[in-house]
Design a protein around this ligand. Structure first.
Ligand code: SAM
Ligand code: SF4
Ligand code: SF4
Length: 378
């Protein structure tokens, strides 16, 4: 089949040229990649900036005053994000997560949420609309986000001890303000609130039990994330990873837990329910999750695509290159062209980094060209 190549127009990082099939590809909602994985989950980074400097994500020495964040004109506009989201939904996306950087730093992000809330999936339903935040601005913004149509929120919180938390965010931000943000999210009616805790052995693993006790029975689901080798700046070391299996053992020694079934295919977290005295899951006590991105690869049903702040499409969290969709948008491509490009890109996807990690050379863990999580979105 003859193909048309649309040249890249951006010079920040060289990505692969976008190739369009000559015949337009109509969306069927059933797109699959080379491993048969559907496209269901779209994560959109709305800013590369953040008011925290978590060492595992944006270490201060690298993301300092000299660091060149993207100028406003480089960012996808709300209209561009909404247009792309509509085309992604036609290919079968059901869930849209806004992330960053810190998404609540993007001015009037609630206006974007209002636009996205108008869109529909191929089944005619509202897409599952959620957002991941460090919680610092949530107390102020929860109500406006909910009113705009946000359904759920995930708050990152790495410990309850104020000194530990201030050290981890590295900007001396107090834990009380994040807890107030979580309260505000509940009060605003945001459902299924999740708290994500990245666990680094020797840094905050002593906070695992206090965090579990604090959120048990509150309706907030705590999820523990293995510290990952994303990006190229966090100085990742395997000995700082606390394997989820060990974490669950530590929890079970104090709090009875029973394994729960996954709620959806492609779910990243393994679920554990708090048990009652008879050893059965007690829904009133809730559950915890573990995300074993390092020790237990879950690429087999990975249905996630990531749209970077400047409109590059990444097919894997560990990808080194993205596909320049902003070039298409600003080059005057039609909806049909973009739909075809998305189909072509996803159909060619074979990424499964986490499954391959163990067989890669050790230095691959800190590749120099990998994109940062703050740019690609978590
Ligand atoms: N600023 C927002 C926040 O912190 O929730 C959204 C963006 S942040 C990049 C998204 C998620 O990625 C957060 O839950 C964060 O803890 C997680 N994350 C960042 N770097 C990580 C790493 N090296 N390993 C595991 N998780 C990481
Ligand atoms: Fe900011 Fe989130 Fe990264 Fe922490 S994890 S530096 S809050 S983007
Ligand atoms: Fe998906 Fe890539 Fe993570 Fe595997 S490593 S689960 S393909 S994002």
């Amino acid at each position: 089949m003859s193909e048309r190549v649309i040249p890249l127009v951006d010079h920040r990082a060289v990505g692969p040229g976008l190739v369009l099939p000559n015949h337009p590809v109509a969306p069927t909602g059933q797109l699959t990649d080379t491993l048969g994985r559907p496209l269901r989950d779209l994560r959109i980074s709305v800013t590369d900036r953040c008011n925290f400097r978590c060492r595992y994500c944006m270490p201060k020495e690298v993301f300092d005053k000299e660091h060149a964040f993207l100028p406003h004109g480089a960012l996808l506009s709300f209209e561009e994000i909404t247009r792309l989201s509509r085309l992604f939904l036609a290919h079968g996306v059901r869930k849209i997560r806004l992330t960053g950087g810190e998404p609540l730093l993007r001015r009037h992000v609630e206006n974007l949420i209002a636009q996205l809330a108008e869109l529909r999936t191929v089944d005619g339903t509202t897409p599952d609309l959620t957002l991941t935040t460090n919680g610092s601005l949530l107390a102020r913004k929860a109500r406006a986000l909910k009113d705009a149509g946000l359904q759920r929120v995930t708050v990152s919180l790495d410990g309850l001890d104020d000194a530990v938390f201030r050290r981890m965010n590295d900007v001396d931000f107090p834990v009380a303000d994040v807890l107030a943000g979580i309260e505000a999210a509940h009060a605003a009616g945001l459902a299924h609130i999740k708290v994500n805790m990245v666990v680094k052995r020797g840094t905050n693993d002593h906070e695992i039990l206090p965090m579990a006790r604090h959120f048990r029975g509150t309706g907030t689901t705590l999820r523990f994330i293995e510290y990952m080798d994303v990006g190229a700046t966090n100085g990742w070391r395997m000995d700082e990873v606390l394997p989820s299996a060990e974490l669950i053992e530590r929890l079970r020694a104090e709090l009875p837990l029973v394994p729960l079934d996954p709620t959806a295919p492609g779910e990243t977290a393994e679920r554990w329910g708090y048990a009652d005295a008879s050893g059965r899951h007690d829904p009133a006590l809730g559950e915890v999750g573990v995300i074993s991105s390092v020790t237990q690869a879950f690429c087999g049903d990975c249905n996630r695509a990531r749209l970077s702040t400047e409109g590059r499409l990444f097919l894997c969290l560990f990808a080194t290159q993205g596909h320049d969709l902003r070039g298409l948008l600003r080059g005057g491509a039609s909806d049909g062209d973009i739909t075809s490009a998305l189909a072509h890109i996803w159909q060619g996807r074979g990424d499964r980094y986490s499954e391959l990690r163990a067989s890669l050379p050790a230095e691959a863990g800190q590749g120099t060209r990998r994109v940062e999580m703050s740019y690609i979105g978590g």
